[in-house]
Design a protein. Structure first.
Lengths: 234, 292
């Protein structure tokens, strides 16, 4: 069962073409890692899927409905949530307010269950998000996305700028979320981590998909050469 | 005792400025729009109340309640038709758009109501004339107290709304990062429209107080805008309690100046405004780029 279908997506910033004719599908319950070097178009692709970037061409289908022209906030109520790059919390709102302001869909996730998955936030609950450490902020950002009880969760470089030990704990929490059946599409720079957490890997290079396959079936060397474009497809 | 009296009268005057400035502060805080038509919107509100009072003979305070839905709808439409479009094309465009709107409102009012000076002071009844003599040098007017109480209520209610309600968090979230707000399911266009509607409604309240405590004509707006703008800047741009305090400080500065010489009233307000600017931004240049 396909949950997300991206067809021939084309995204531009003025003359710069960031995503060039990208097509792929994500099935229900799947965990897909989107990898690629800086500037490969991963973030733009995610932003186009959630509606924060208006694509130049192509279509985005979610749950068999065409959402290409649906605005970002309405896509959240359909069940698409993004943990944006750089976390983007609301600095003057407290942790709890950051979570509750995002509660658009009812379901398994609420303030209580998010705090259970991220116990480090419990003592920070009434503190402004601006005063949190990087790891705590990332936990709030993920929790905030969960508050909309997404059917498809997109994560953009959740490990960026965090200490390795904090990344480990973030990924441990993430593994728990994935095991509950949420469909996840994540952007990750760390190949080892991406291959470990994801069932399938999509590798982008200069706006195109250059490699796609089951994580188990891909050997590291092939991924690395696709990542750096060592064997350019004709 | 005259100084004490000047300070008390200044607080009453300042409460009026704070109400005028409140909507300006909301629009700057949420959308980073400096609404140059704010004073004219307040005057427009005064005229809407004036028309209702003329037609029905009801008290201006009741007429304001009737006018409120009209002003709220007007605020919505203003955001959805003019401001939203202008916001898309950078920080300078809303400034030009509201400047144009200011001229349009003034001229429409001139066509409809002529340049005659009006007041609702008479229709408001005893509240405009009653006062209490506290001591020989200090008297407190009923209208002053009404305006001060309403100002504190308006700012207090706004503060509660922003800090305690989910709609308030949505407004703050959108103010801080509209793009991220959309990503968590907040309709930023809707929030902007509600913020403008709120600002226009409170501007109309300022217009009502202007009409009751003194006089107004179609060209009264820009003067009100200057005082409101000064109150916002003195209190720190985008801060709600700051705006209330800024309004009070401006009022007190004006009445203290008038104590020295009646001609110094507006001047001493301007001097306070300039002094705050120099202290806060002294040494550095205020550039439009840092405002966003």
């Amino acid at each position: 069962m396909t949950l997300l279908r991206v067809e021939n997506l084309d995204c531009r910033y003025g003359l710069l073409q960031a995503v060039r004719g990208v097509s792929f599908e994500v099935g229900r319950g799947e965990t897909v890692a989107l990898i690629g070097a800086n500037g490969a178009g991963k973030t733009t692709l995610l932003r186009a899927i959630v509606g924060a970037h208006k694509p130049y061409g192509g279509r985005v289908h979610f749950d068999d409905a065409d959402v290409t022209s649906t605005r970002a906030h309405s896509r959240v109520s359909l069940g698409i949530a993004l943990v944006p790059e750089g976390r983007r919390l609301f600095p003057s709102l407290t942790v709890e307010e950051n979570l509750r302001v995002a509660a658009t869909r009812q379901g398994r996730w609420n303030v209580q269950s998010v705090l259970e998955v991220f116990p480090l936030l419990q003592p920070r609950r009434h503190m402004p998000a601006a005063n949190l450490s990087g790891g705590e902020q990332q936990a709030v950002a993920i929790g905030r996305a969960l508050m909309s009880n997404p059917r498809l969760l997109l994560l953009d470089e959740v490990s960026l700028g965090l200490a390795p030990i904090v990344v480990d704990s973030v990924y441990r929490s993430l593994a728990g979320i994935i095991s509950e059946g949420t469909t996840v599409l994540l952007v990750e720079q760390d190949l080892t981590r991406a291959l470990k957490v994801a069932g399938r890997v999509i590798c982008m290079l200069e706006g195109r998909i250059v490699l796609e396959g089951e994580a188990a079936s891909l050997d590291r060397d092939r991924v690395v050469s696709a990542y750096f474009g060592l064997q350019r497809p004709a | 005792m005259t100084i004490a009296n000047a300070v008390v009268q200044g607080i009453f005057l300042g409460a009026f400025y704070a109400v005028l400035a409140c909507g300006l502060s909301i629009m700057f805080g949420v959308m980073r729009i400096i609404n140059l038509a704010h004073g004219d919107i307040a005057v427009l509100g005064a005229y809407v109340v004036f028309v209702i009072v003329q037609a029905t003979g009801m008290s201006p305070f009741v007429a304001f309640i009737v006018a409120l839905p009209v002003m709220i709808v007007l605020g919505y439409l203003l955001q959805l038709t003019i401001l939203e479009r202008s916001l898309k094309s950078g920080i300078l465009t809303p400034l030009l758009a509201t400047f144009g709107l200011s001229i349009v409102i003034q001229n429409l009012l001139l066509i409809k109501f002529s340049p005659d000076v009006r007041s609702l002071g008479g229709e408001a009844g005893a509240v405009t004339t009653s006062s209490w003599q506290v001591t020989s040098g200090l008297s407190v007017s009923a209208l002053g107290i009404v305006i001060l109480v309403v100002a504190v209520l308006v700012f207090g209610a706004l503060q509660l709304f922003l800090s305690r309600t989910r709609a308030g968090w949505m407004m703050r979230a959108t103010a801080e990062d509209a793009d991220a707000a959309e990503l968590v399911g907040i309709d930023s266009r809707g929030v902007y429209a509600r913020a403008t509607a709120l600002a226009v409604a409170i501007a109309a309240l300022g217009g009502l107080f202007l009409a009751i405590r003194s006089v107004f004509d179609p060209l009264s707006g820009p003067t009100q805008l200057i005082f409101a703008f000064e109150a916002v800047v003195i209190g720190g741009m985008g801060s709600l309690w700051g705006t209330l305090l800024g309004g009070l400080a401006l009022g007190v500065a004006q009445t203290l100046g008038a104590q020295i010489n009646p001609e110094y009233s507006a001047l001493s307000g301007h001097l306070l405004f300039l002094a705050v600017l120099v202290v806060r931004y002294g040494g550095g240049r205020v550039s439009l780029r840092t405002a966003r």
